[in-house]
Design a protein around this ligand. Structure first.
Ligand SMILES: C[S@@+](CC[C@H](N)C(=O)[O-])C[C@H]1O[C@@H](n2cnc3c(N)ncnc32)[C@H](O)[C@@H]1O
Length: 255
């Protein structure tokens, strides 16, 4: 039995047993503010990997990931459809999103380990991240630095093989109610097209914490196109169930 076959069976089992436990994020896709520290956990990143070439974060949301890479001396671009908004408009949206994520987390105290009446432990970090992001976004927009690009998968305005490392968190696999398998494949082919190194995807569960049910088929199709994959065990301080990250290597990369 192949590694992927057994993983797929395990995922289908987990999907069934957790069917009624989790809560999917409903409404518009959240514009979240995960910190650089969370990204490093989720994607098993270290400073040398981040400085090894140009990094793409898609979707970047209201995270300071790209800004922090640049502070460390690296090169990073963030892409998200919400970067069509002005700094003022995005600031207002992100403010509202902090309230929305707090309400969502507090509706699931067991999942997020909340004590009655206690704040969500990551709330302060997300607020600080959003502030850092917004001030960098404002500055970059004024300077025309090109660090924030308005774009929506499955079409990115970048040349082939532009980025050494492509990071994509909390969009693919997270919103299975909105995006079907075809969308996932088109989006990932596009991330692979602009990549000359590795694409890393996290989490592999939907927003309710259930494993993506089409993972086996998704990977079979990509493997058939010459893409290679491996799984990394990772930790997540927001949701312990998000404990794996998928690494994909495009066909054209010499292994
Ligand atoms: C949950 S956030 C994740 C942001 C960031 N990666 C993080 O972990 O904080 C999802 C983001 O996906 C963006 N988004 C929605 N549709 C998209 C698309 N078709 N292509 C790229 N990004 C999209 C949203 O604007 C939102 O900022």
């Amino acid at each position: 039995m192949s590694e992927w076959h057994s993983i797929d069976q395990h995922e289908r089992y987990l999907y069934r047993v957790t069917e009624n436990i989790g809560k999917t994020f409903t409404g518009e896709i959240l514009v979240s503010s995960r910190s650089f520290t969370e990204y490093c956990e989720h994607f098993a990143l270290d400073p040398s990997l981040l400085r090894s070439g140009k990094v793409l974060d898609c979707p970047g949301g209201a995270s300071d990931f790209g800004a922090r890479i640049r502070e460390l001396g690296g090169r990073a671009v963030s892409a998200d459809p919400q970067y069509a908004l002005s700094p003022q408009e995005l600031g207002r949206l992100v403010d509202g999103e902090q309230a929305r994520v707090n309400a969502w987390v507090h509706a699931q105290p067991d999942r997020f380990g909340l004590r009655p009446g206690a704040p969500w432990p990551l709330a302060a970090a997300w607020r600080a991240t959003a502030e850092g992001f917004l001030s960098d976004y404002r500055r970059c927009r004024t300077e025309g630095s090109g660090h924030y690009v308005s774009a929506a998968l499955p079409a990115l305005p970048f040349p082939d093989r532009e980025f050494t490392l492509v990071i994509s968190g909390f969009l693919l696999f997270s919103y299975t109610d909105r995006f079907d398998l075809d969308f996932h494949l088109s989006a990932v082919r596009e991330l692979l097209r602009v990549c000359c190194g590795q694409v890393r995807l996290h989490p592999l569960n939907d927003s309710s914490g259930r494993p993506y049910p089409y993972m086996r088929k998704f990977l079979d199709i990509l493997h058939g196109e010459g893409v290679t994959s491996r799984l990394l065990d990772v930790t997540s301080s927001s949701d312990p169930r998000d404990d794996r990250t998928l690494v994909l290597v495009p066909r054209t990369v010499t292994r």
